[in-house]
Design a protein around this ligand. Structure first.
Ligand SMILES: [Zn+2]
Length: 273
């Protein structure tokens, strides 16, 4: 008896990860990958993030050739790294460059969770530091889209060192009056949250993004307090005073444009003509 052929998924439809409803791909894409039914903000690749945030054709990628070695000869790291590169077309988990939002020059870093969970190894940290320093060089605001499970364990202490390096780069921006805005997207966790992400001048987040240090299971083990149902969501973190604002994806570009215009009005590159 012939085996029944597995049915290929219909490319015109997609299932929402929030409400599980079947959606038309065309409607879903037109709605910036936000579910029109339950408003679930699906994760974006870095290219999709550029498309929904920056002025058309204004983004130029920089430091694109940096990639990690395998300094600790960590078991299977090299294979996993190469697989992630082949699958994503990225060299590492974060892309940096310059672009304009509403005509204003921005130095940007965009993490992509699809590459090894957006983990911060030596390349990710180096690129974040360079993006921040580029803001100082170009006298323009810095915007970083965070998406990460934390530091990359396969690079051990070298990953943890990125926390200090990126924090020092944020301080350099501060000393030079360069505005730095962080956008927490789903998820922004652990070593990234505990370093450059949470010390931005303005911190925005997408609705329902997971934000925290240790995961909910680890936190529950502490058993100090009863964990609320919305623990580590953007809404919970906003109530705790750690976020400035939750911004819907449709409003993100305009919000960043406004903030950069207000905070960067004294900068040469931030001023419109
Ligand atoms: Zn939905």
């Amino acid at each position: 008896m012939p085996l029944r052929k597995a049915q290929a998924p219909n490319p015109n439809f997609i299932q929402c990860k929030g409400c599980k409803k079947t959606l038309f791909v065309a409607d879903f894409e037109a709605n910036l990958r936000v579910c029109p039914n339950c408003d679930h903000h699906h994760r974006l690749t870095w290219q999709q993030r550029v498309e929904v945030t920056f002025d058309i054709n204004s983004f130029t990628e920089l430091d694109a050739d940096l990639y990690s070695g395998d300094p600790l000869q960590f078991p299977e790291y090299e294979e996993k790294y190469l697989q992630a590169q082949t699958k994503s077309g990225m060299k590492d988990s974060l892309v940096t460059g310059t672009g304009t939002i509403d005509g204003q020059l921005i130095s940007a870093a965009i993490a992509d969770f699809h590459f090894m969970g957006g983990s911060m190894g030596s390349v990710n940290g180096e690129k974040v530091a360079r993006a921040l320093e580029r803001g100082v060089e170009l006298q323009c605001p810095v915007v970083i889209f965070c998406a990460s499970g934390g530091a990359r364990m396969q690079e051990g202490l070298l990953s943890l060192m990125q926390m200090a390096k990126t924090t020092a780069a944020v301080d350099k921006c501060r000393q030079n009056g360069i505005p730095y805005i962080a956008v927490f997207t789903d998820p922004t966790m652990a070593g990234v949250l505990a370093s450059y992400a949470s010390i931005a001048d303005v911190i925005l987040a997408e609705p329902k993004a997971l934000i925290g240090f240790a995961g909910a299971r680890v936190s529950a083990q502490a058993q100090v307090l009863k964990i609320p149902d919305d623990f580590q969501t953007a809404e919970f973190v906003l109530r705790s005073g750690m976020l400035d604002r939750i911004v819907h994806r449709k409003e993100m570009k305009a919000t960043l444009g406004n903030l950069c215009s207000i905070l960067g009005h004294r900068l040469t590159a931030g001023a419109k003509s």
